[in-house]
Design a protein around this ligand. Sequence first.
Ligand code: MG
Length: 379
Amino acid sequence: MLAPYAVHPEHSRGRRYSEPPHPYRNPFQRDRDRVIHARAFRRLENKTQVFTRRYSDHFRTRLTHTMEVAQISRTIAAQLDLNVDLAEALALVHDIGHPPFGHAGERTLDLRMRQHGEFFDHNLQALRTVEDMELRYVEFRGLNLTFEVREGIIKHSHDYTAAEHPELAEYFLEQRPPLEAQLIDLTDEIAYSAADLDDGFEARLLRLPEIRKHVPVFERYFVEVEKQFPAAPDKLKFNEALKGVLNRFVTDLIDNTRARLQSAGVKTLDDIRNYPERLAGFSFDVERERREVKGFLSQALYNSKELEPEKRQAEKIINDVFTHLMEHPDRLPHAYQQRAADEKLARVVCDYIAGMTDHYIEDLRKKLATAKKSDAASQ
Ligand code: MG
């Protein structure tokens, strides 16, 4: 049973190109399946989340991170009687616009675009990916996703203004997104906070005493586990404490969102859309704990000296390939060369690079360097 303020599939604003209904899948189930079958989705397997493959094969990639976000989102959406299929589709698509090499790749691509009076934004790139880059159907470009999925891609984590983005006007930028979309940014945070503590500990970049000292919510669960299982190995005690944190964050998000819906007197989806602020959120205490985890991770992991060389390498690879393709657009794949006839070359190069996996761009850089040498030799 869906809550009255959930997104009901029969009320969907529909697709850009109308299609006959499917005999046994609703529109959001179809969208979820379209995302899973997209090329850009499969490429997430070989895109860095935080750790490159130099570290280990069992750390999160963008794909396994995405699956964790989907799993947590389904649980929370079901508890709140929201549309689980829509929440799942939004979770699966939420990182589809990410370039290779995680945050370092994103920042470098944005810096390069700014030199051409443009910018790079992974949410807008996700929309471009599903609207324009995926080619699966004879009758139209893109995946022809429902309005609600496209709206969620744009609005789940960021409030774009109509003044800055007139091209997004169709998404009612002055309104809040449905709860299914509001959840995604929060489940994303829950998923990567827990995962990065886990992988960071496993990679020995984060040490147990340091985590216990700087992450008070983790410490509380760890003390409990130690009392109960003093002889257990540290890794298992760590796992149990992390499970406690994850469960606390998820439960709090469910309970606090439910309480806010009640006190806001929300009855319909329009009430959610027209409410002056987002209603999905953590309680005051858990919001503080979440910030403490995030602050710790950014100082001890994301901005650590140990990960610095990989970031430098990522910047160098993206810069080299960007520069080379801007100077030699004839080395772009044919389809991209054709697009350069109507679009800014920088945007076409950016789209090409954003779609690449980590190892595709590494290989391409080597090939382009060889081509450069033979150019020099023939001159
Ligand atoms: Mg994410």
